[in-house]
Design a protein around this ligand. Structure first.
Ligand SMILES: [Fe+2]
Ligand SMILES: [Fe+2]
Length: 136
């Protein structure tokens, strides 16, 4: 049993974003596992960076679709992304500065909970909208 597992309940109904969410979940699991395995500082940092980069890419991608399809919920959704982006930056900096395993685990737990909530509540809303536009 993984730290976080994707299931159909997380589907937003648009394959490309389901795939990205699966990948995000995979990297969250990697961070948790790296922390558990007591890998060295650099390896932990690398997973951390990966997670941050992929999160940023994923947000940009969603926001591009909001733009392309004139999604009415865009502003509120983008604000949620912006807040999370800042929190993740703060975590990364703290983890770097303090070389802290506890913080790395805290980040994994925080992102797991945030992502679950965000997909189920916010991403599913744009999913419904995009499906009405014919996307799958
Ligand atoms: Fe998402
Ligand atoms: Fe989102």
């Amino acid at each position: 049993m993984s730290f976080m597992e994707w299931n159909e309940g997380y589907s937003v109904g648009v394959a490309i974003f389901d795939d990205e969410h699966k990948k995000l979940i995979a990297i969250i699991n990697q961070l948790h596992e790296a922390q558990q395995a007591e890998v060295d500082k650099l390896a932990l940092q690398r997973v951390c960076d990966n997670l941050v980069e992929y999160t940023l890419m994923h947000f940009r991608h969603e926001e591009m679709y909001f733009d392309d399809w004139a999604y009415p919920g865009a502003a509120a959704h983008i604000a949620l992304h912006a807040k999370l982006r800042q929190q993740v930056f703060d975590y990364r900096q703290q983890i770097q500065e303090k070389d802290s395993r506890e913080l790395a685990e805290e980040l994994a737990v925080f992102l797991r909970d945030w992502l679950a909530q965000h997909i189920l509540v916010d991403d599913r809303k744009y999913g419904t909208f995009l499906r009405e536009k014919g996307l799958r």
